[in-house]
Design a protein around this ligand. Sequence first.
Ligand SMILES: [Zn+2]
Length: 298
Amino acid sequence: MSLEDGVQRLTLPLPTGPRHVHCYLVNGTLFDTGLGLGDAPWGVVAVERIAITHFHPDHVGGAAAAAAATGAQVFQGGLDYAQCERVWGSDDWPERMAAWFRKHGAPTEVADELIEQGHAFAPFVKYALDPDLLYEGSTLAGWQVVELPGHADGQLGFLRDGVLIAGDHLLRPISPAVGLYPDSRPDPLGDYLASLERTIELAPRVVYPGHGEPIKDPAGRARELIEHHRRRLADTVSALDHRRLTPFEISLRLFGDELPPPQRRFAVAETLSHLERLVREGNAARSEADGTVTYTEP
Ligand SMILES: [Zn+2]
């Protein structure tokens, strides 16, 4: 589908979540590659290079197939590729995730389901090995590379002539997930709020997101998301107690107890990113005893 700014959009299906993911093709540069399930249309489009916005499966999972079909070189963020290898290139990631959720109070059955699902899912994610690495200040085919950590630690944006291709950094109507995970930067929500401020400063005219329609008022959307997280931080303060609660217990207070396991895990990770921001703002206290992490009022 042809959009403005010479941007072609290729939309691929997803089995869960928003049910679709967008890849963009601009002057021979393909941004993101979908999950990699089924037949992707790469054989019929002229792709000279492939740029990955972040390592989440619906963006990077089709990278190896796209590179093979087009012969194009793949470019990915330096930190993002390190995390991509750690998650999709290792055998024990599901076990490490399960241990991480147990440490934050998740019952064994919630944590253990991760292991089975993780091992079933990982083989479908085929990222490209040995990409050329990009960093803040790199340029690629006239695009300025901007690091926008938060939704993913290594989330990249690509900026040119007022157009920002931003993966899942800015979405509408859904609010990008910002969770704390093992082996990740310690304050992802702090990172994300700074990246939203940075977006306002960069003042792109339009953002092409990984899900949903082009965002024509990026600064306005960034301000809405800052407000959204300010409210969530206030809600999280209200959910704290003088008594020690695990992040899992706090997530029940914030998100209710009806969520199926996958959404529960997002809820715990999201609760944790807010708790860690509150600790840094002096509005929550963290402690760890007997291998379990808890938070209280400060
Ligand atoms: Zn993502």
